[in-house]
Every structure is written in C-alpha cells, then in structure tokens.
Write a protein that binds this ligand. Structure first.
Ligand SMILES: Cc1cc2nc3c(=O)[nH]c(=O)nc-3n(C[C@H](O)[C@H](O)[C@H](O)COP(=O)(O)O)c2cc1C
Length: 382
C-alpha cells in the first residue's frame, strides 16, 4: 500500500503522510520496537472460530482496531475522511474524525454504518471548539478524543523540503520550484482540482468569520494548546465519553483518570510531534500499571501488521488505532484501498491468533509474549 501510494500521490503529499518529526527517531522506533516482543505460542490446539470482537467505550466492534484521526485525508484522495469512515463502518469498526478534516462532519457521520468519534483540537478558540462539539453531538458522534500532545505543531522536515507551505499558501513564484512533483502525478492532480483544490476546514468555523483556511492551521495550533484546565469546560460542552489521546507516562495517565476520562490513548502522534520520546508500545506497560484497570487503554503508533496489534493487546491495550496503515491505502486507491488495508490486517489477526493458539482477542494477555527484561524492571516505575 505504501509503495502504491508513493507512486500515486505527489512527493509533498506522500511525505506529509509518511514522515515524522525532526530526525524521525520516534517514527522509526515506533515500528522497530515490535521486534523486541516475541510470542509464546500454545501449539497443538485448533479452533473452528477465531473471534476478533472487542468492546470499546461501550461499543461492540468486530475488530480490535479503529481508524485513527488523520488530518488532511482529503489531500490523499478526494473521498478522504468520508471514504475512510465508510470503510470502517463496513468492517464493523469505529472511525475517528480529525478536527483537520476536509469534509463536513455531518457527511462523514452519514457515510458510516459504525460508530464515529470526534478528535478535538482547540484551533480557532473555544467558540469554534464548542460549535464543533455541538455539531458533532447533533450529528451522532459518540465520543470525543482530546489530543494533548500538540501544544505546537511538530516540525516535519520533509514538509519543509517539499515546499508544503509554499504549495498551500505561496504565490505563483514561490510555488514554482515545487511544482514538478505535483505535475508528475497528473491522475492525483486532476482529482485534486476537480475536488476544488486546497480545502478549507468545514468543521472549524470561527464565529463571525467562517471556516478556517488550511494555511492558518499551524499558527492556530500554536495558539490553542489543550491544557488540563481546559478539560473542565470541555466536559461541560461534551457530556459523552472523553478519551485523552497522546499519553506517554504513568503520571499523565493518572491525571486523565482523575479528570474523568473514559479512556486514554497511548500515543506519540505517530512520531510526528516531539521526537525522541519512547515508542508507544514501550510506554504501554507503565501506563497499564498506572491506570490499574480503572479505565480503558487504547494505543497507536507503528502498527503495520496483525502481529503488531496482537502484541499491543497482549501488553494491555483494549484495542489499537491504525493511522498510516489505512492512510497508505487511502492514498493508493481511495476507499477501496482502505477496505484492502483493513482486510489485510484482519487476515493477519485471524492467522496470528490461530498460530498462537488463542481463540479470541479477548483472551490475549501477557502469558502469550516475552518482553525484554528491562521492560519488566520499568513496571516498578511509580
Ligand atoms: C498524516 C497524519 C495526520 C495526522 N493527523 C492527526 C490529527 O489531526 N489529530 C490527531 O490527534 N492525530 C493525528 N495523527 C496521528 C494519528 O492519529 C495516530 O496517532 C498515528 O498516525 C499513529 O501512528 P501510525 O501512523 O504509525 O499508525 C496524524 C497522523 C498522520 C500520519
């Protein structure tokens, strides 16, 4: 999927999706770390059926993975967030819509037959956020993911080199040096232009001003860090379950429990924000210990195969969020690509469970894996 996406979309779009912050240390480590965990299979067992079902935030899901919020999905393919949400619903899982969506949240909800959740940034201020939450509630979004790792936008050096800023907001002269990469992908370009070009953000409506233009996103993010003190008014504005996304330490996990969160999502934003933080899988045991069963734990980062998902579940995640794994599919082939990515992960999961000798994802636990000794030592971290 990644290879096909690379061929189909301009370098600026591919690198926006594929790249990470600064030296990309965390981005690489997010994927590599799964190699450190090995399986302890129970052989000579067989099952007629293998269950991938789980329950997240009160919803029965057919799969133990959800589709993560991926901003600007509409740049990857005109169907963007609508196509991804439809694919998630068809597969019986949930879709999480980014604040930075190119499609109206009502259209995304209407496209999905499964649960849809809304990811909140405070871009545009409280007024814009409250209006978005109200619209999301009325449209039928059932949970709110509050992302706490984006005090400012991380610096993704590939975006700089590719002229992402110039391409979105520069005049013709500034754009010129970066145009060959766009012109070399005429199929993508035709779809992009027919779709209306660079989208505004229809769900970030600034009172008295209208939808926020895409060019304003980085500056708006820098002015709108979510702090723990914001959670009080967010809880008033959103009465449904709240998930804190971007937790990497036991301290933040305990704080999320104290603030009344229904779940935490262990995440380093796919290595796109602060570089050199631990991989999500490596952070997971400390958070499992801190949360102590009080709320649900989700995690994301580096999931590319079913075995990665199984390892995360063995270490205590209720379910995982996939980001790039489906977004490569979206960039490669639109909704059909997302369907195919989900299909591949499902086949992986079924095969892995059978080879592991475990009949159901609900039965996965630490007894199915070996973890490095120094990870165990870490679990005594307060
Ligand atoms: C292109 C791209 C855009 C993203 N946009 C958002 C976003 O708007 N909000 C958010 O909370 N997370 C965002 N994320 C992070 C994902 O939700 C998720 O944490 C991450 O992709 C997981 O890592 P993975 O891509 O290795 O699966 C984005 C990730 C990517 C790759």
């Amino acid at each position: 999927m990644r290879t096909i996406a690379h061929r189909r979309v301009p370098r600026a779009v591919f690198d926006y999706l594929d790249g990470g912050a600064e030296g990309e240390v965390t981005l690489r480590e997010n994927c590599r770390v799964y190699d450190d965990v090995t399986f302890r299979p129970r052989h000579a067992v067989a099952f007629a059926d293998c269950s991938l079902r789980t329950r997240v935030l009160g919803f029965d899901l057919s799969l133990p993975f959800l589709l993560a919020p991926v901003g600007y999905s509409r740049l990857m393919h005109p169907l963007g967030e609508v196509g991804a949400a439809r694919a998630a619903g068809k597969a019986g899982t949930a879709y999480i819509l980014s604040t930075i969506s190119g499609h109206r949240l009502e259209d995304v909800k209407a496209a999905s037959t499964g649960p849809v959740f809304y990811q909140l940034y405070l871009m545009g201020g409280r007024g814009a956020a409250e209006a978005a939450m109200e619209r999301a509630r009325l449209a039928g979004f059932s949970a709110l993911f509050v992302t706490i790792d984006t005090a400012v936008s991380g610096i993704r050096e590939r975006d700089y080199r590719n002229g992402m800023k110039e391409l979105i907001s520069g005049g013709p002269l500034k754009k010129l040096p970066f145009l060959p990469q766009i012109l070399s992908r005429p199929g993508w370009l035709a779809g992009f232009l027919l779709d209306g070009g660079v989208p505004a953000l229809p769900n970030v409506v600034i009172p008295g001003k209208g939808p926020m233009p895409l060019i304003d996103v980085a500056a708006a993010l820098a002015e709108s860090a979510v702090t723990w003190s914001d959670l009080a008014w967010i809880r008033k504005a959103w009465t449904g379950p709240i998930v804190i996304k971007g937790v990497l330490t036991g301290d933040d996990a305990r704080r999320a429990v104290d603030e009344g969160a229904a779940a935490v999502s262990v995440s380093n934003h796919g290595g796109r924000q602060l570089d050199c933080v631990p991989s999500s899988l490596r952070a997971l045991p400390e958070i499992v210990k801190a949360v102590n069963g009080k709320i649900e734990i989700l995690m994301d980062g580096g999931i590319r195969r079913g075995t990665d998902i199984v390892k995360a579940l063995c270490l205590g995640a209720r379910a995982v969020l996939c980001g790039r794994a489906y977004a490569y599919g979206l960039a490669a082939a639109g909704e059909a690509g997302v369907n195919r990515a989900i299909e591949i992960l499902c086949a992986d999961l079924d095969r892995t469970l059978r080879l592991l000798g475990c009949p159901s994802v609900a039965d996965l636990d630490r007894s199915y894996v070996n973890i490095p000794r120094n990870w165990e030592a870490d679990e005594s971290v307060p």
